[in-house]
Design a protein around this ligand. Structure first.
Ligand SMILES: Cc1ncc(COP(=O)(O)O)c(C=O)c1O
Length: 386
């Protein structure tokens, strides 16, 4: 058990900051794209890359298979699942494609997808619909749900006797809202419906273990909040369901119930995969619960002030447990992209303006290396907004 660290213990968090090397040229509040890896993880990556390059095919043929198995074992232990349910993939887009393209859909089946699900996931679904593999049923998610029931009701409304799968994003990437995945999954299970959970943004951001999601199919990012180097994600499939997913990449050498049948990716750089263990070690030194609390605290540093500004409309639910580090806002009389441009040009603060429905929002995503002072600079900049 890691000891409890106060979310506002600046001495502790400054020491953590010193283990990152953010650019001194701007304040990066766009850490939702991917999470900068810490120096210990980058040092490990450099060492692995040198080793792989030096030993070349010898490493790949004689050492890598066991090293990869060890990484999978570490990941499985970290996630609280079994190693034969875990596959290292490049990113969630790849994981979702393996699921969506490999699931045994029939042409009359329906797949429920939300307006705020991730774009590459929605494009894969649309492509499959265009190929006649299933039909899509849309869900509109509320920005300010009063309770879980409101979200469950939205999914329930879209479900018909033909529904086979719900796509559910655990933590919505545009606004930071956390959805009650376990409740949605239990409801779906009662109706004989599978859920594909897109946990790209939730894993190692909020503190939970995979079985808590109560889902048989989950994809996560390892280079967002876990802090592994760019290029690694994970696909989880409950062992008794592996058989149901047909390989996306050709494979005839593994048994139908062996998850490795889904992993014929060809030659892949081992460095980032090996460094997953270093990222887990760095994460565990801080502790998942401490990390979650700090990220939520950094968000509250600016959100609590921004709430008092007349022109700002926050796009996260009020209840603290319904979001963590990510939050978004609209300015009533300004285009979000213009606000993002202003923050960078006038205050050297980097953010992003993703589309939500028909408008853009400004998304703000701090990382562990950000400080309350930097969040205060954001608030100052918002007060000065012309
Ligand atoms: C919720 C969610 N799902 C999936 C993805 C896809 O990630 P990638 O483009 O790395 O595959 C992202 C990326 O930001 C995301 O936020």
């Amino acid at each position: 058990m890691t000891q409890h660290i106060e979310a506002s213990d600046e001495r502790y968090w400054l020491d953590i900051r010193s283990q990152y090397e953010p650019s001194p040229d701007f304040i990066n509040l766009e850490n939702g794209y991917f999470g900068m890896a810490s120096r210990p993880v980058m040092d490990a990556l450099e060492a692995y890359n040198l080793l792989v390059n030096r030993e070349a095919a010898f490493f790949m043929r004689t050492k890598y298979p066991q090293r990869l198995a060890d990484v999978v074992q570490s990941l499985a232990a970290f996630f609280g699942v079994s190693a034969d349910e875990v596959l290292v993939v490049r990113n969630p887009t790849e994981g979702m494609n393996i699921l969506i393209q490999g699931y045994p859909f029939g042409p009359d089946d329906e797949v429920v997808v939300a307006d705020q699900d991730y774009d590459s996931v929605k494009e894969t679904l649309t492509m499959m619909e265009q190929r006649g593999r299933f039909r899509l049923a849309p869900v509109q998610l509320p920005f300010h749900p009063v309770d879980d029931e409101e979200i469950l009701a939205a999914y329930r409304k879209a479900i018909t006797p033909k529904t086979r799968v719900l796509i559910v994003t655990h933590l919505l990437h545009r606004t930071g809202q956390i959805l009650p995945v376990a409740k949605i999954a239990r409801m779906a299970q009662d109706l004989g419906i599978d859920v594909f959970v897109d946990a790209a943004h939730s894993f190692a951001h909020i503190d939970y273990r995979l079985p808590e999601l109560q889902s048989s199919f989950v994809v996560v990012h390892l280079h967002k909040w876990l802090g592994a180097p760019l290029g690694v994600g994970m696909l989880y499939i409950r062992s008794n369901r592996v058989r149901d997913i047909a390989p996306l990449y050709g494979d005839t050498s593994h048994a139908a119930e062996d998850i490795r049948k889904l992993a014929r990716f060809g030659t892949t750089p081992p460095g980032p995969i090996l460094a997953i263990e270093d990222a887990i070690a760095f994460h565990n030194r801080i502790g998942g619960r401490n990390k979650e609390a700090r990220l939520r605290y950094l968000k509250e540093c600016w959100v609590n002030e921004a709430k008092t500004l007349q022109r700002i409309e926050l796009m996260i639910p009020d209840a603290p447990e319904r979001s963590c580090g990510i939050a978004a806002f609209r300015v009533k009389d300004r285009d979000a992209q213009a606000v993002v441009d202003y923050l960078l040009a006038e205050h050297r603060i980097f953010t992003v303006a993703p589309m939500v429905g028909t408008t853009r929002v400004v998304r703000v995503t701090p990382h562990l290396y950000n400080t309350p002072e930097e969040m205060a600079k954001l608030v100052h900049a918002l007060r000065q907004l012309p």
